[in-house]
Design a protein around this ligand. Structure first.
Ligand code: C2E
Ligand code: CA
Ligand code: CA
Ligand code: CA
Length: 280
């Protein structure tokens, strides 16, 4: 039973084995999509536990392809990363997320609402990272303290001095740093302990099977305990049913994201939730 359990919670990323020619075509189309502003945002609610109140959104890239409908990020993010287009795409996502946050800001008042944005390893490694974020913040007038940046463990596997100076610089500007897909990468605890961050996102490959899989449940419990011990926030991802939400709350996990609490929404629908939150 143990071996089976372990096999079931093994992290699974869709293997992106796009044929070279198709990859090249996608790359060309993606470049055009960026020029034509066909990449938009979906905003997935993040809630607190056990209260289930809205505490923020994660901004996710969406490609409205004129011929093929909505192309999922699993198909175009790897291509964007290989081709370097992720730099322009990532800037665009940050810019749109900041602009949206700016339109909400007058209504946010005392609410703690935040917006998180994914930052690819390629972006984190760029020497002009700070210029870029400073430019976007200045242009949009977004409140940096309401922004969280999600970096994967892969991003953190780069040169330790560079990574920690990037994270330091971002935090000095007021951004909070979340380590995304925690548990699926290769960062050791000793490395983690030398990096500045504010929260961990428990990967859905552990959360989704956790009710039926003891190993996954123990991994989630351990990450929650680690977060408490380090004094950082924990966000559980991939919560698809109420029982998983309740079990997470029992474990002391204080925030969550998943289809059970809310699917990724259009900016307009997300705005309506924000209005309700601020009583407007
Ligand atoms: P992620 O950062 O781990 O984002 C969470 C993904 O899980 C999203 O998929 C979300 O729609 C999906 N999800 C949320 N709740 C549930 C649930 O309850 N069940 C299931 N089965 N799935 C759930 P999405 O939007 O397809 O994005 C996939 C990945 O693409 C993201 O994973 C992220 O790694 C990447 N990505 C998306 N937007 C961006 C971006 O702007 N920049 C970068 N660098 N990467 C992005
Ligand atoms: Ca993320
Ligand atoms: Ca994630
Ligand atoms: Ca993921």
């Amino acid at each position: 039973a143990k071996a089976r359990g372990r096999a079931r919670c093994i992290s699974f990323e869709p293997a992106m084995r796009t044929a070279p020619l198709q990859a090249l075509r996608l790359q060309t189309e993606l470049r055009r999509a960026l020029e034509r502003d066909e990449i938009g945002l979906a905003l997935q609610p993040v809630v607190d536990l056990p209260g289930r109140r809205l505490i923020g959104f994660e901004a996710l890239a969406r490609w409205a392809h004129p011929g093929r409908g909505s192309v999922p990020p699993a198909e175009f993010i790897p291509i964007a990363e290989e081709s370097g287009l992720i730099v322009a795409l990532g800037e665009m996502v940050l810019r749109k997320a900041c602009a949206l946050l700016r339109t909400w800001q007058p209504r946010l008042g005392a609410t703690a609402l935040t917006v998180s944005v994914n930052v690819s390893p390629v972006q984190l490694a760029r020497p002009d990272l700070f210029e870029l974020v400073d430019g976007v913040i200045a242009a949009t007038g977004a409140d940096v303290r309401r922004l969280k940046l999600e970096v994967t463990e892969t991003a953190l596997a780069q040169d330790l001095d560079i990574v920690s100076s990037r994270l330091d610089g971002l935090r000095q500007r007021g951004f909070r740093i979340l380590i995304d897909d925690f548990g699926t990468g290769y960062s050791s605890l000793s490395r983690l302990h030398r990096l500045p961050f504010d929260g961990l996102k428990v990967d859905q490959s552990f959360v989704r099977p956790m009710l039926h899989d003891e190993d996954c449940r123990n991994i989630v419990r351990t990450v929650v305990a680690l977060g408490h011990a380090l004094g950082v926030d924990i966000v559980a991802e991939g919560v698809e049913d109420p029982e998983t939400g309740r079990e997470l709350a029992r474990m002391g996990c204080t925030s969550a994201q998943g289809y059970h609490f809310g699917r990724p929404l259009s900016p307009a629908d997300a705005g309506r939730l924000v209005e309700r939150l601020s009583g407007g």
